[in-house]
Design a protein around this ligand. Structure first.
Ligand code: NDP
Length: 281
């Protein structure tokens, strides 16, 4: 019987994770089944428990359950602890002695896509992250590990950015992340501007400081779709290089696959295979 994995979220029908993990398994000649599970908004724990009882070995977790997944775990990686959110779970032990392990692969997924797939140097660069939700929380630690000259955050609701900085500052250092007002002029320009808001999902341009793109800046939108998002279109008008989040999606999945299976898939071919599927969606 194939080993059982799943992605749990709400909504979940749009998720590309089953396609990606099935491609990894085929590439590495492994036998897995990967399902989508839509948990009721108040039913994450029950859904995960039913999945485990069916023989589930590991699960990815997406909106809105990443913090629930973190809170439920008995063992948490440093990456998950910094983010206070988990997107990858797995089990050890059996029966009453089962333990849940949690990791967060979003940050390493973003960094690998920027640095390794797109050749974007992060060390010594000024990086601005827009948004202060689960996605932003997941990537700040990994971005900081790349030794940027500056790591800043700007969010529509400034108090949510302050809360993120307070939480993450406990793990990476209180003064590491600078909060920038979402409107008005940026103090200076940024080499890499990352849209970690959900504005693109609604076809909106997120609030951001004016003139935030440096010459030859890179603009990265965690969202992906058939066409450039309003954020990437805006950035292109400032001559920024534009990158969407499909590579991050595949890279965070590859790290989860490695955690579960101990084998690292080649991501280049899977990213290339996903692009036409996204444009047909
Ligand atoms: P959350 O709901 O946790 O957070 C949403 C964030 O977006 C908040 O900071 C919110 O600001 C801000 N926001 C929402 N609408 C607007 C708007 N119109 N203008 C400005 N800011 C806005 O979502 P997540 O953090 O989980 O996800 C964010 C995005 O990242 C999604 O598009 C998701 O699909 C993508 N993502 C992609 C991944 C990938 O692998 N490519 C992985 C994870 C996420 P406020 O605090 O003011 O409400």
């Amino acid at each position: 019987m194939a080993d059982l994995y799943a992605v749990i979220g709400n909504p979940i029908s749009h998720s590309k994770s089953p396609l990606i993990h099935t491609a990894f398994a085929q590439q590495l000649r492994q036998s897995i089944r990967y399902d989508r599970i839509e948990a009721p908004l108040d039913g994450f724990v029950l859904s995960l428990s039913e999945f485990y009882k069916k023989g589930g070995l590991g699960a990815n977790v997406t909106v809105p359950f990443k913090q629930d997944a973190f809170n439920l775990a008995h063992f948490r990686s440093t990456r998950a602890t910094v983010a206070r959110a988990a997107n990858t779970l797995w089990f050890s032990g059996t029966g009453a002695n089962v333990a849940i392990h949690a990791d967060n692969t979003d940050g390493i997924g973003l960094v690998r896509d920027l640095r390794d797939n797109n050749g974007v140097q992060l060390s010594g660069k000024r990086i601005l992250v827009l948004g202060a939700g689960g996605a932003a929380r997941g990537v700040m630690g990994a971005l900081w590990d790349e030794h940027p000259a500056e790591l800043a955050i700007s969010n529509r609701t400034p108090s949510n950015a302050d809360a993120l900085v307070n939480d993450i500052g406990v793990a990476i250092g209180a003064d590491c992340i600078k909060v920038i007002a979402p409107a008005g002029s940026a103090e200076h320009r940024f080499d890499v501007v990352i849209n970690a808001t959900s504005a693109s999902l609604n076809g909106e341009l997120p609030a951001m400081p004016q003139d935030c793109f440096a010459t030859h800046a890179v603009a990265y939108d965690m969202m992906y779709g058939k066409t450039l998002s309003p954020f990437l279109m805006h950035a292109a008008a400032f001559d920024a290089k534009t990158i969407d989040g499909i590579g991050m999606l595949v890279e965070q999945a590859a790290e989860a696959f490695f955690i579960w299976r101990g084998a690292r898939p080649d991501t280049t071919s899977v990213i290339a295979a996903m692009k036409p599927l996204i444009s047909l969606a």
